[in-house]
Write a protein that binds this ligand. Structure first.
Ligand code: AMP
Length: 221
């Protein structure tokens, strides 16, 4: 059995066409079913639905052979493991694209605070990305780890700035926040358990190759 770990929403939706290119159709809609294990048109392939931040963990420990996860999640996971995750990362899938940015309240003078060497309170789910970014800039920060609704932090006085994912910028705008730094571009990656790749090479390779061909076709179009 080959197990693919996906998270519901954008990653699931944008992975479906890649699976189709590999001849795999997911037979149930996760928005309509409460099932966490979804069968596919190939009896030897199944999809498991996990929280986005759990995808690298499932694949690392072999709970899934493959997974699709954002580069943001992968960087944070790697930092927790000191880099040694044993995850093989063969492909940038060019899906679920967004960026990690710094945002502040529209009335906060970020440039001036940085120029004056002020100590900033920064709230984020991405504490490792934030720590590395501000360390490289030479800005002193107190990091506050949050698990969601980061936009609230500057609005309530919890923090001066947030480090969060931005796609259209609409969420920031709706909360009277402005993007002041773009830290990195994000897209989703295919990750593979290294032992699975060795032991199930004959079944996993064709999936990787089909994904790669579909990505190449789409990015050259
Ligand atoms: P937007 O309003 O389009 O800028 O989207 C921002 C909101 O969607 C934030 O709450 C982000 O955490 C979330 N978001 C945007 N892009 C992604 C992505 N590729 N994966 C997961 N969450 C995202």
């Amino acid at each position: 059995m080959i197990t693919l770990a996906l998270s519901k929403g954008r990653i699931f939706d944008e992975t479906l066409p890649l699976l189709a290119a590999a001849g795999i159709e997911v037979l149930e809609d996760p928005e309509k079913s409460r099932k966490l294990i979804l069968p596919t048109s190939q009896p030897g392939v199944r999809v498991v639905l996990v929280r986005a931040s759990d995808v690298p963990t499932y694949v690392q420990y072999g709970g899934a052979d493959l997974g699709v996860t954002g580069l943001d999640t992968l960087i944070e996971h790697r930092a927790e493991w000191g880099g040694a995750t044993g995850l093989y990362q063969p492909l940038d899938l060019h899906i679920a694209k967004c960026r990690v940015s710094v945002a502040v309240r529209a009335d906060f003078d970020y440039a001036n605070a940085v120029r004056q060497g002020s100590r900033l309170r920064v709230a984020s789910k991405y504490v490792n990305i934030a720590r590395d970014f501000f360390a490289a800039k030479g800005v002193h920060v107190d990091l506050i780890k949050l698990y969601g609704s980061m936009e609230l932090a500057p609005l309530t006085g919890l923090a001066d700035a947030i480090v969060d994912l931005v796609s259209t910028g609409n969420t920031l705008k709706a909360n009277n926040l402005v993007e002041v730094e773009r830290i990195m571009d994000i897209s989703s990656r295919l990750v593979v358990n290294q032992a699975s790749l060795k032991l199930k090479q004959d079944r996993i390779r064709p999936i990787i190759d089909a994904f790669a061909a579909a990505v190449a076709k789409r990015t050259s179009a």
